[in-house]
Design a protein around this ligand. Structure first.
Ligand SMILES: Cc1cc2nc3c(=O)[nH]c(=O)nc-3n(C[C@H](O)[C@H](O)[C@H](O)COP(=O)(O)OP(=O)(O)OC[C@H]3O[C@@H](n4cnc5c(N)ncnc54)[C@H](O)[C@@H]3O)c2cc1C
Length: 359
């Protein structure tokens, strides 16, 4: 089975036409990511109220930190595993569109005039992502600071944004937005010599992540606000479930639509819940609406810790995989029992025609 993962202007596809891509490679990459991540636990962030010249106070701490993997390390891992002689990595290729052939296969058309035939297309082409707050984390020897400046209309809706999504700006521009806050923070914001401004865009909840042999993962499916630091991690979980589904030994090209629907059934609700919670956290970090709820600082802290509680539990992605695995086994069993009949997908409550593989 051949697969194209549309990502970072890279196209991965099997060397042996229509047979070669190994989803085990992708699963191994994700496993290595998790192992590497386990090796660098960091302290949970301290939550501090800093928006006055004096009287700032630490009001809570998330019990454990996230597990960090620098992006360049992750790219190294991906590259090492993908470049095994069984995959091609093509850079600087931009996909324009695709055509679904009568046979079910997909013809992908690129801006440079080239095309490629694939059994599956995984769209990972991203998106580009609410009062003010500042976070920092270390990346190798550097400290990376992110200052958030949430802008809302009076009715609490983010207004449309017309400017460039990413722009280099003088670092003084960011410091000016936090004038009058605690002196330590104001001093810290004088330190950076370079700064860029990002407009955070989100994908509103999609009704599906998959259609026939094409699916979306990562930000393309669920770009979210960055207030739980989970957008990238959710993309990795998408890849983990999808890789394991498509990597089953019994999987063939004609089973792909079924596998993608199961991926959608498992990953869409999970990632959309994280996205909703991230938005709520961002509002809370900026103290939006907390007066209306009449919450004290410790109560706000407890709310934020609660919102992270599920993250502290192990093996969430494994549980999702077990769900996906049994749904796949049941679906394939139904196809085997009654090849002519349309398949009843788990959780959809209605009958859908799917292509089943026989023999
Ligand atoms: C300020 C900020 C802080 C964040 N902090 C965290 C954090 O701490 N932890 C975390 O997990 N996440 C975090 N995120 C979210 C994280 O950055 C994203 O969720 C993640 O980068 C999404 O990855 P992706 O691969 O889905 O998409 P992207 O990273 O957007 O990659 C998509 C790629 O597809 C390419 N592409 C687009 N169109 C085409 C085409 N037609 N053909 C070929 N290629 C194409 C693009 O050039 C791009 O390289 C943060 C986001 C922001 C904005």
């Amino acid at each position: 089975m051949s697969c194209v993962l549309l990502k970072a202007y890279d196209v991965l596809h099997g060397q042996k036409a229509r047979t070669a891509i190994s989803f085990e490679d992708v699963a191994a990459v994700v496993n290595e990511y998790l192992l590497a991540a386990n090796s660098t636990p960091v302290r949970g962030p301290v939550l501090r109220k800093s928006d006055t010249p004096s009287g700032g106070t630490d009001f809570s701490q998330i019990p454990h930190g996230p597990r960090l993997v620098p992006r360049d390390a992750l790219l190294d891992i991906l590259h090492t595993h993908a470049d095994t002689g069984r995959c091609h990595i093509k850079t600087n290729k931009k996909m324009k569109s695709y055509i679904q052939e009568d046979s079910g296969s997909l013809t992908l058309l690129f801006e440079d005039g080239s095309d490629f035939t694939a059994d599956v297309l995984i769209g990972a082409d991203g998106w580009c992502g609410k009062g003010r707050h500042v976070t920092s984390n270390t990346v190798r020897d550097d400290i990376q600071m992110t200052a958030y400046d949430n802008v809302f209309d009076a009715d609490g809706v983010a207004p449309p944004f017309d400017g460039p999504w990413v722009a280099e700006v003088p670092s003084s521009q960011i410091a000016e937005r936090f004038a009058g806050w605690e002196p330590d923070l104001v001093d810290l914001l004088q330190v950076p010599t370079a700064a860029s401004r990002w407009a955070v865009h989100v994908v509103h909840p999609l009704p599906t992540f998959a259609t026939d042999r094409v699916c979306l993962i990562g930000d393309a499916a669920h770009a979210m606000t960055p207030h739980q630091g989970l957008g990238g991690g959710q993309g990795v979980e998408d890849a983990y479930i999808l890789a394991r589904l498509l990597g089953r030994p019994e999987m063939t090209a004609s089973d792909v639509p079924q596998a993608l629907k199961i991926y959608d059934t498992v990953r869409r609700p999970a990632s959309q819940t994280v996205s909703r919670q991230s938005l709520v956290n961002g509002l809370t970090y900026g103290f939006f609406g907390v007066e209306a709820k009449a919450l004290s600082l410790p109560e706000i802290g407890e709310e934020l810790v609660e919102s992270c509680r599920w993250l502290l539990q192990d093996r969430g992605a494994e549980k999702e995989w077990l769900k996906a695995k049994s749904a796949l086994a049941a679906a394939l069993e139904r196809c085997k029992d009654d090849p002519a009949s349309p398949n009843l997908l788990p959780g959809t409550g209605h009958r859908e025609a799917t292509v089943c593989h026989h023999g």
